[in-house]
Design a binder for this molecule. Structure first.
Ligand code: ATP
Ligand code: MG
Length: 490
């Protein structure tokens, strides 16, 4: 036990003091103590106590009983969102209660030490009493913080068998804190990797998300691969290990993807960019072919195949639909042509239409990750600026049906069309035309054109209206078919 002053918000100290005044013990514990010792800002504040849930609830005005672990959320009046709810958890023991007959009575522990013993890592098993400014650290947590080491409380193999999620927490914490996983703990992860099958995909997703949002995702996923747990996170990434690329690439597929990801983290780019950076070439191993003509590897269709794989990967991890759509679009279109000396404005407009206006900036970020991750220098600034100014220009032109000088109800006014699919076809047929020649987007031209289109049969109109969509789908199908047939040959 040592004395030490840590800066604890007054709301938290007040809560601990309320428990203390009634004769209970109350300690800050876990991530908040660890972060205070590291001079990092704690994400949340956890208190552990020898009071029982009912006793905690009786002491505070507004509380809610959170979960099976006896955690009581206490609502405070703080303005600070991180202090609005403070969690108080009774001392408890490692999961024994799951087999017990009276769970509410038997899973509590009597002493702080028993509670600390069931915690995952030594750095998370330090407690702090804010009134007496007393640190309780019986398991060398402070030493490990100094040495920047993640090591389990107790025998690592046993602790991972009790709860496999801890293996992912080790990886995630190493990425967030820039700590190394201690060698016996790392060995035990390698040995128990299969246990991760028991963990729900949602929990894997949550740890993966935090790993990707940390400052060092490359290091963490590299370690995950070496320890053999990558197949339980995103198995498809494992296919890229050791896969050589063509001559323009310095790195094999997996390392290239990690380097791209790391660049997105260095730039603090949004989550979707990080995921797309990590997955954009996931289709490469499946599409790699040797070209005798080029005397080099080719990866035709890897963007199409990669987008499909990305969709499956992210669905399997139960990411929200909007995230999946964005990342799939970024992977699908990451090969967009951007040479500012050769690209036409109409090609730029089609890129914007393909990936979506709202995603174009993210797509440019993915491209920058791709270049850096290839080992090539940054795009020369003036070339990039030139392409960006083309995007700005193209963004003023219509790239979506909403930007046409007409809408569905006006179409119904100027023709005898009724609501139905024909309206959509007309709008999309107009957009296809305007994408090539934005000057045509005038009321006069468009309304005349609508009259013409309205005369077409359903079949003719549908063909025009779905031309863009159909062309893209056909290209995708053809690419996938080609790759499948090539695969059967092998
Ligand atoms: P952060 O708040 O930054 O996510 P944290 O370490 O506080 O990090 P929490 O999920 O808030 O993580 O957990 C609080 C504490 O509960 C941990 O510090 C640890 O002591 C304990 N803990 C959490 N998950 C486990 C687990 N799976 N096994 C054992 N102890 C755990
Ligand atoms: Mg916490």
């Amino acid at each position: 036990m040592t004395e030490k002053e840590l800066s604890v918000p007054k709301e938290v100290t007040a809560l601990a003091n309320t428990l203390r005044a009634k004769g209970f013990e109350a300690y800050l514990v876990g991530g908040c103590v660890r972060d205070l010792l590291l001079d990092r800002e704690p994400k949340d504040w956890d208190i552990t106590t020898n009071a029982r849930p009912e006793e905690i609830q009786a002491l505070f005005k507004e509380t809610f009983y959170e979960n099976d672990f006896g955690t009581v959320g206490v609502v405070t009046e703080s303005e600070d969102t991180r202090l609005k709810v403070i969690e108080i958890t009774p001392y408890r023991e490692e999961g024994k209660y799951t087999n017990a007959r009276h769970p509410d009575e038997v899973h509590w522990a009597k002493t702080l030490d028993e509670d600390l013993k069931r915690r995952d890592f030594t750095i998370n098993a330090i407690a702090y009493e804010p009134h007496e400014k007393k640190l309780v650290d019986a398991r060398g947590g402070q030493d490990d913080i100094r040495r920047k080491i993640i090591t389990t409380v107790g025998e690592p193999g046993e602790r991972f068998q009790e709860d496999a999620l801890r293996m992912l927490r080790a990886i995630r914490l190493s990425a967030e804190l820039d700590f190394v996983i201690e060698s016996k703990t790392a060995e035990a992860i390698a040995k128990n990797a299969e246990e991760l099958k028991k963990i729900s995909r949602e929990r894997v997703r949550d740890e993966l998300t935090r790993t990707l949002m940390s400052d060092r995702p490359m290091q963490a996923l590299g370690v995950a691969q070496k320890l053999g747990i990558l197949p339980h996170i995103i198995p498809e990434l494992e296919e890229g290990v050791g896969i050589k690329q063509n001559k323009t690439h310095d790195f094999e597929v997996f390392e290239h993807l990690l380097r791209c990801l790391q660049h997105s983290a260095d730039k603090k780019w949004p989550f979707e960019v990080r995921l797309a950076a990590l997955l954009h070439d996931v289709g490469k191993p499946a599409t790699r072919r040797w070209s005798d003509e080029k005397k080099d590897w080719t990866f035709h269709g890897h963007d199409v195949v990669g987008a499909r794989m990305t969709k499956r990967i992210l669905q399997d991890l139960h990411f929200p639909k909007e995230t999946i759509e964005k990342v799939v679009a970024l992977v699908r279109w990451h090969m967009f042509f951007s040479d500012p000396d050769l690209v036409t404005l109409s090609a730029v407009r089609r890129t914007i239409r393909n990936v979506g206006k709202e995603n174009i900036e993210l797509l440019l970020n993915v491209r920058m990750c791709d270049r850096i991750g290839t080992g090539r220098p940054k795009e020369q600034p003036f070339r990039l600026r030139k392409y960006m100014s083309m995007i700005d220009e193209a963004m003023r032109d219509p790239t979506t049906v909403a930007m046409l000088k007409i809408d569905g109800s006006r179409i119904m006014e100027v023709t005898s069309e009724a609501a139905g699919p024909r309206i959509g076809w007309i709008l999309h047929a107009l957009l296809e035309e305007v994408l090539d020649e934005p000057k045509k987007n005038t009321e006069e031209y468009i309304e005349n054109k609508v009259q013409e289109l309205a005369k077409l049969s359903d079949a003719e109109l549908k063909k025009l209206g779905e031309a863009g969509k159909e062309r893209r789908e056909k290209e995708d199908e053809a690419a996938v078919k080609k790759i499948r047939s090539e695969r059967h040959v092998h």
